[in-house]
Design a protein around this ligand. Structure first.
Ligand SMILES: Cc1ncc(COP(=O)(O)O)c(C=O)c1O
Length: 406
């Protein structure tokens, strides 16, 4: 199917709105993407016609809902090219997935072992490791980035050299700089040093094809709501043998095989890691989102977003006083910028008056802000439905906004 942004926009009911009398220009998809009608319909249909709790019920409604919910696991397995659907743990978000690994795989790591993260991580790939460090004596190492905003691979090599590293956990795409990290290379380096590797795919999976077998990593985490699906659902792909060896994280219903007061035993993976009633409706919605995303196709989405990114960089860098953060060779549709003499919040507020939604703040990446020498940035992020005209609206409005601050 050829990529047709006008047609795609018709699939997203929210986009046809006007805000303060101006057409909505939604440039905040990196925070959370809008939902196509198929996702809304799938969740509504389930609630109207086919809904019950899953896995445990013996009645028709429960069996049908279980099938619909479990189809999400297959869709996720297909999306990341997992070799086995049992390698997909359904979680509440990428944050939950990262915490699962920190609190479960982290517990099989020994005091004195290290975890490497990078200097461009979201707080959700920093704080769980700090907790682990403080509880278990794990060392936390931070791989620096270059001034262009790329991972410093020489520094990574040095940080891995003592072979004390148990896990490298790094973003696949920075939510501030738009940088893609070289995941295959990082995996080879970490494995050569005897470490496991996890990628935070929250941003990357929305824009590029992810093949966990080709990457060769051990864990890959992402979140549903940035992938045009609902909130409240995410996933962790992990090698089956690792999941089997890892201790259970949350305890409760659905994750057990048997329970007595003396001892409980766990269900097979992935259910061992899925305590409690799962995100049933969200799973049904995410399956619809993945099907929709794949029906549009990675190639068309990636080419369209690359064109938008190049256009945005060209337009914004031509505006005096605007500084775009990050100049990585391999980068995607996340553009953080500052405007001389202006606070990012004021820039975002003035843009909002013209119906343009961007995010402003530290983007849950405070240490990265310190590295970049800024307190906050404004950030425009793109989805498959973003248009060149919207980028032009952003640039034209920024030219006017700038006049407030000169
Ligand atoms: C790179 C990255 N990691 C993690 C997260 C956290 O996502 P969630 O809040 O859905 O768990 C985000 C969301 O902004 C992100 O961009």
């Amino acid at each position: 199917m050829s990529f047709d942004v006008a047609k795609i926009r018709q699939d997203f009911p929210i986009l046809s709105q006007t805000i303060r009398g101006k057409p909505l220009v939604f440039l905040d998809s990196g925070a959370s993407a809008q939902k196509p009608r198929v996702v809304i319909d799938a969740m509504r249909n389930a609630m109207e016609t086919q809904y019950a709790n899953v896995h445990r019920g013996l009645h028709w409604m429960s069996e049908r809902t279980t099938e619909a919910y479990e189809a999400c696991r297959d869709a996720i397995a297909g999306l990341v090219n997992a070799s086995d659907r049992a390698e997909i743990v359904i979680t509440g978000s990428v944050t939950n997935s990262l915490n699962l690994v920190a609190h479960s795989y982290g517990r099989v790591m020994k005091p004195g072992q290290a975890v490497i993260i990078s200097a461009m991580e979201h707080h959700s790939n920093i704080v769980p490791w700090q907790m682990l460090r403080d509880e278990r004596g794990i060392e936390l190492r931070v791989c620096p980035i270059t001034d262009a905003g790329e991972l410093d691979l020489n520094a990574l090599e040095t940080l891995l050299a003592d072979r004390k590293v148990g896990l490298v956990s790094i973003t696949h795409m920075s939510n501030v700089l738009g940088t893609y990290t070289p995941v295959e290379r990082i995996t080879q380096m970490a494995h050569a040093a005897g470490a496991r590797v996890m990628f935070d795919g929250a941003q990357a999976i929305v824009h590029r094809k992810v093949d966990v077998q080709a990457i060769g990593c051990d864990f890959y985490a992402f979140t549903g709501h940035k992938l045009y699906g609902p909130t409240g659902i995410g996933a962790l792909w992990a090698r089956r043998e690792l999941l089997e060896a890892m201790p259970a994280f949350l305890g409760g219903g659905d994750m057990i095989s048997s329970v007595t007061y003396e001892k409980s035993t766990w269900a097979q993976v992935p259910h061992k890691f899925e305590a409690g009633t799962p995100p049933i409706l969200e799973g049904i919605g995410l399956k619809a989102a993945i099907d929709y995303f794949l029906s549009i196709g990675h190639e068309g989405i990636a080419a369209h977003e690359q064109d938008l990114t190049n256009h945005a960089i060209a337009r914004l860098s031509a505006i005096e006083g605007i500084r775009i953060l990050g100049r990585a060779q391999d980068r995607g549709g996340v553009i953080s910028f500052t405007l001389d003499n202006a606070h990012a919040h004021d820039v975002a507020t003035l843009l909002d008056r013209q119906g343009i939604a961007v995010r402003a703040g530290h983007h849950c990446a405070e240490p990265l802000m310190h590295r970049l020498g800024v307190e906050s940035t404004a950030r425009a992020t793109f989805g498959m439905y973003t248009t060149r005209e919207e980028i032009d609206a952003l640039a034209d409005t920024l030219i006017r906004v700038r006049e407030f601050f000169v």
